[in-house]
Design a protein around this ligand. Structure first.
Ligand code: PMP
Ligand code: G9A
Length: 397
């Protein structure tokens, strides 16, 4: 039997995620990992969850252990709507779908909107899991450069015009405006307003992926893109503010879009686990979330500062890095001749890991860059790991 011959065209396009593969390498004993975008385990509210789990089982085990509806538990959706309202996002119950992680929402958007060859515009660099989800639907992905103010909207407009001239079928703009993964940068207010107009003028679906917006350490919060335009599809997740193990996230979208996402989700998993939805509902409703987020911010701010200090001390001259005001990552750029993918094996020998820059590009950039996660390592590991990495880089100079 030749199984190879039987595979679908879709599966042939899929690529394994370098971040997911890295998780195995970085879990080797003694390795300090700045690789995966993992929250710190010390930021998991274990005691609170224990108490809530008991309450859920005592008071509504019949619902929490049963199948749920595909859009998600109404009570949780109502809490999500109240949370979103604080960010100036208006939504009704029919605008929200609860998903198994934002990763599932990205996949659902691919199913709902993309035909083979449809064009998407996304950051250069951008979230690898987004690239992989869209790739599996055969998307033609066009990278738009970023700078310290996020995606360059003038370049975006140019690329849209060029693509139209080439007769491409344009569908979507995918962006992470706040504490971007991987670069850690924030899109300026002016660009936020402009990107929403660009999407409207060109009839493109604007997808705002926002896992990190609530993790702001300093500076003034900016309105999400969704607050400027109800047609934006906004993705939020509980992975970074509660627990990624819950696999719980949500999309806020025009009603007709959530309806299609619901139908697409029915054939994937019927519904998001009711048990974790019931826990998350109480976590928000009973005020735990409002107390918990400031604790995470305090911890990650300290870790960001430690990483910046260590970079200053141990990275050789010629390297530079972003100074994020929130989130979980910073982006370091090394002298041009250093290939960070190739350097990775030297880093692992020194027992330190990162994600090489090229993984986040659809068009081959980032060869001398790396993403560094500061949320997961301990304080000591941050200093020691950056010291090790500094030595690895020095050897390449
Ligand atoms: N989008 C972005 C930008 C992310 O960084 C992540 C996780 N690192 C996700 C989506 C997926 O998150 P989850 O599926 O855990 O909600
Ligand atoms: O573990 C994952 O795949 C989620 C983290 C994503 C990232 O590192 O960007």
């Amino acid at each position: 039997m030749d199984i190879q011959e039987l595979y679908s065209e879709n599966v042939r396009k899929m690529k394994s995620s370098e971040i997911r593969e890295l998780l195995e390498v970085s879990q080797q004993p003694g390795v300090i990992s700045f690789g995966g975008g993992l929250p710190n385990t010390g930021a998991f509210p274990v005691g609170d969850i224990k108490k809530i789990v008991n309450d859920v089982l005592d008071e509504e085990g019949d619902i929490a252990l049963q199948y749920g509806t595909t859009p998600g538990r109404k009570k949780l959706i109502e809490e999500i709507i109240s949370m979103a309202r604080k960010d100036d996002i208006k939504a009704d119950i029919d605008n929200v779908i609860i998903t198994v992680g934002s990763q599932q929402a990205l996949d659902l958007l691919g199913r709902v909107f993309l035909n083979e060859g449809d064009t998407i515009f996304l950051g250069s660099p951008t979230y690898l899991g987004g690239i992989n989800a869209f790739r599996s639907y055969g998307a033609d992905m066009i990278g738009v450069p970023l700078d310290d103010d996020g995606m360059d909207v003038d370049k975006l407009e140019e690329k849209i015009k060029e693509s139209r001239k080439e007769g491409k079928n344009l569908k979507m703009i995918y962006t992470i405006p706040t504490f971007q993964n991987p670069a850690g940068v924030v899109m300026s207010e002016e660009r936020r307003k402009r990107i929403v107009e660009i999407a409207e003028e060109n009839n493109l679906l604007l997808v705002e992926d926002d896992p990190y917006g609530k993790l702001r350490f300093d500076g003034k919060p900016l309105k999400p893109l969704k607050a400027y335009d109800e047609n934006v599809v906004y993705l939020g997740t509980f992975s970074k503010i509660l627990s990624p193990g819950f696999r719980l996230a949500y999309a806020i979208a025009p009603e007709e879009v959530t309806k299609k996402m619901v139908i697409a989700k029915q054939s994937i998993d019927l519904c998001t686990p009711t048990f974790t939805q019931s826990i998350a509902y109480r976590f928000i409703k009973e005020g735990y979330m409002d107390r918990h987020i400031p604790r995470i911010i305090k911890m990650y701010k300290r870790k960001r500062d430690l990483m910046l200090e260590a970079l200053e001390e141990y990275f050789p001259e010629g390297c530079k890095w972003t100074h994020p005001h929130g989130g979980m990552f910073l982006w370091a750029t090394l002298p041009e001749h250093i290939d960070t993918k190739e350097m990775f094996k030297d880093a692992i020998k020194e027992k330190v890991a990162y994600v090489h820059g090229r993984a986040f590009y659809v068009d081959g950039g980032g060869s001398n860059a790396m993403r560094l996660n500061f949320s997961n390592p301990s304080d000591e590991e941050i200093t020691e790991g950056i010291k090790r990495l500094g030595k690895v880089i020095e050897k390449k100079l």
